[in-house]
Design a protein around this ligand. Structure first.
Ligand SMILES: Cc1ncc(COP(=O)(O)O)c(C=O)c1O
Length: 381
């Protein structure tokens, strides 16, 4: 019996699974881990498009440095963002730009304000760059609630992510504008790593506020984390300051070739649109399935504008049970903050499986609670 058949025979003992589902899941389980922990897309580029790109790479001169000013790429990205090339700085993924911007700002700003929760790399870079930071504890219910926004008196760096990772909530533009007007001496980063999946983009505000930087990446909505490409958009003066901290040739010729093709070739654009729509539909469908399962004794699921969903558990024991059920089946999800689970939207088959595991574990948990209550009642009687 091979490993797929072994898993199938175990699954056969369970009820509620169709034969086709069992076969597909057994296939998945026998192969590899299910990666639902770092907000990647489950859909790779079609093979024929990859082959066309590979041919383009063969035709490049590998013995030459890339264009020092990356003029073509700046022009292309500027068009995409609806601004001018001098409003753009390119990076080897947006993580590299986060490092570059914070390194630059730490030289002349007294502190940073970081949302809590947020992408943990921000804390790491602030610590490395020795810029002290305070946190803005955002409300899970209402991202526009500024009640707990810290008092800022000195020129500071204010870091916001929209949609937020890990909650999935998007910051309303009106709230952002309130902050931009209130703190004119601060520099703002608005990280829109998940912007293709929902929320309002801050890009139209760049011409209005010279202290605003919007961060974009091709790692999430474009499904290209392996390519390592991101960019920041801001006023020409702010961008020229950030560019002083650029390492020469951050974008290699292969990345440039892939990005150029993606932004100019309609076949790639179509693939992207289809994949983004598929993820968004599936996210909303899974949200409602989980919402139906949830209640005030088990967990809540937060509405999301990103390619993931966050679940907050009221009982740590239930989360522990779900965690071990997922781990036992090689399913990787993320546990970014206490009592929470973040689930990246994968394929329909992957989501079907995860939802069933959560449902089964929840049922078992509820039965064990009922049994516990019944046995305690017997003791009292
Ligand atoms: C909010 C946020 N910003 C930025 C990044 C970094 O993305 P990359 O460096 O791949 O562009 C991530 C990655 O998960 C993220 O969640």
């Amino acid at each position: 019996m091979n490993s797929a058949e072994q898993i199938l025979s175990v699954n056969n003992q369970k009820s509620g699974y169709t034969q086709i589902e069992q076969t597909l899941w057994a296939e998945l389980e026998s192969k590899e881990v299910m990666r639902l922990h770092c907000n990647e897309t489950p859909f790779d580029i079609p093979q024929n498009l990859k082959q066309q790109l590979a041919q383009k790479m063969i035709d490049l001169a590998w013995n030459r440095y890339p264009d020092f000013n990356q003029t073509q790429l700046h022009t292309l990205i500027a068009k995409e963002a609806g601004l001018a090339p001098e409003n753009i700085v390119l990076g080897n993924g947006s993580s590299q730009l986060i490092q570059q911007i914070i390194s630059c700002c730490s030289k002349f700003l007294s502190e940073a304000i970081i949302e809590n929760p947020t992408f943990t790399f921000y804390h790491q870079v602030c610590q490395n760059e020795r810029i002290p930071y305070r946190q803005w504890n955002i409300s899970e219910e209402d991202y526009s609630d500024l009640t707990h926004f810290p008092q800022v008196s000195e020129p500071s760096l204010i870091i916001l992510t929209s949609p937020n990772n890990p909650t999935g909530a998007s910051l309303p533009l009106a709230t952002l504008e309130t902050l931009l007007k209130r703190y004119v001496n601060c520099i703002f980063i608005v990280d829109e790593a998940y912007g293709e999946f929902g929320g309002e983009s801050a890009l139209p505000l760049v011409n209005k506020y010279a202290n605003l930087l919007v961060l974009k990446t091709l790692s999430k909505g474009y499904g290209l984390p392996g390519i390592r490409f991101g960019y920041a958009v801001g006023s020409a003066s702010l961008i020229s300051l950030i560019k002083k901290y650029t390492i020469p040739f951050t974008i290699n010729i292969f990345t440039e070739a892939v990005v150029t093709e993606f932004l100019t070739n309609p076949s790639y654009k179509n693939v992207l649109k289809v994949n983004q729509a598929r993820i968004k539909n599936l996210r909303d469908f899974i949200f409602y399935l989980l919402l139906e399962m949830s209640d005030e004794t088990s967990f809540k699921v937060l509405p999301s504008s990103a390619n993931f969903l966050m679940l907050r558990f009221y009982d740590a024991a239930l989360l522990t049970q779900i965690k071990s059920a997922l781990q036992a089946r090689n399913i990787m999800v993320s546990y970014p903050i206490a009592q929470c689970l973040r689930l990246t939207i994968g394929t329909e088959i992957e989501m079907n499986k995860v939802v069933r595991i959560i449902k089964n574990t929840l049922n078992q948990y509820k039965c064990s609670i009922k049994e516990l209550i019944a046995s305690e009642q017997q003791v009292v009687e």
